[in-house]
Design a protein around this ligand. Structure first.
Ligand code: ADP
Ligand code: MG
Length: 321
């Protein structure tokens, strides 16, 4: 590879962290800075680099990200184009997302779950205070570090919170989100508010202790209809170390009707801080998932969606703008 091919702007692409359906995420070094600072670059894949909708989504992610400044959220620093490749410059953090950290089951994170859940909730709460609804809360969109520090990422389909009269005229152009974590109202293309993110966050909490999402389906539609009508599972069924109080809290978050969920992430945090997750304190595993950094492990990893879930099909992803 020629030297210039390794660069985007002043950034030398040092290592590929992940390939998604539309973007590659690279660890990159700013060779012009005196301390050779490292960043994460989210670069549109060559096949998407001139797709108008993808370009708009990347710009949107930049606009959302630059309005957010919290230690619980990955900083979005710049939006640039070089050699025909549009990209975002992001704060570099642990390359292990929560889904990868759960790959060997919930025990990997169990011993520091209080910290992870609290920080994950704080990131989401902060976003809500800035009047954004994330709309794609899932384990893949949280990065987790070895010490449990957790940050929220991926604002591609975030929407401004609607209030007053604009609520009345809301009609979703397309249904967007990730099937395993989508609230009933999001599936139906109705207006989403904080409580839609709380539903998805409830699904994430379920998975953190149960090791699998609350609903699975034989087909994408089967999975969606379970969110709409199936009875809400308790994580205790999959992990008998989970307390009834915590299980009940997750079940309330996954209530079909938004009114039956906690009103805000703040309400959730208040309750969570007064709740024990585990009956017995979990042990620190002998082998840490962080010693075997998930990132790029195999060719299979490169093409499959990281969660192996069905995302709402590419067509709708492309239509979102
Ligand atoms: N700032 C970052 N630092 C380290 N790894 C990151 C960073 N941002 C993203 N990643 C990795 O890249 C993956 C995909 O990033 P994401 O922004 O969610 O893109 P996509 O829109 O393709 O889902 C994440 O799940 C994570 O593993
Ligand atoms: Mg993502």
């Amino acid at each position: 590879m020629s030297k210039s091919r390794d660069f985007l702007g002043p950034y030398r692409l040092a290592r590929l962290i992940r390939v998604g359906s539309t973007a590659e995420v690279w660890e990159a070094i700013d060779e012009t800075s005196s301390d050779n600072k490292r960043y994460a670059l989210k670069v549109l894949r060559a096949s998407c680099a001139s797709d108008k909708n993808e370009l708009a989504l990347l710009k949107h992610e930049f606009n959302v990200g630059k309005s957010l400044a919290s230690p619980r959220i990955i900083k979005v620093l710049e939006h640039q184009t070089d050699k025909g490749r549009p990209f975002l410059v992001l704060e570099l953090f642990s390359e292990l997302n929560m889904k990868q950290a759960l790959r060997k089951g919930p025990d990997s994170l169990a011993f520091m779950l209080d910290k992870i859940i609290e920080q994950a909730a704080e990131g989401l709460y902060y976003m809500h205070t800035k009047n954004w609804i994330h709309r794609d809360i899932k384990p893949d969109n949280y990065l987790v570090a070895r010490d449990g520090e957790t940050k929220l990422i991926d604002f591609t389909i975030a929407e401004p919170k609607r209030t007053g009269i604009s609520k009345l005229f809301y009609k979703a152009k397309t249904v967007q989100g990730t099937r395993s974590y989508m609230s009933p109202e999001q599936i139906r293309g109705k207006l989403c508010d904080e409580r839609s993110d709380i539903y998805s966050f409830g699904c994430v909490l379920f998975e953190l202790v149960a090791g699998k999402p609350p609903f699975t389906g034989q087909t994408p539609n089967d999975l969606l209809s379970k969110h709409l009508t199936a009875s809400i599972p308790s994580p205790v069924v999959y992990n008998d170390n989970v307390t009834t109080e915590f299980a009940n809290l997750t079940k309330r978050m996954m209530a079909k009707k938004p009114d039956d969920r906690p009103d805000s992430v703040w309400e959730f945090l208040k309750e969570f801080r007064a709740t024990q997750v585990w009956k017995k304190r979990p042990r620190v595993p002998e082998e840490s998932v962080f010693d075997d950094m998930g990132g790029m492990k195999s060719a299979e990893d490169m093409i499959k969606r990281p969660d192996g879930n069905y995302d709402i099909e590419d067509k709708s992803k492309k239509e979102k703008s």
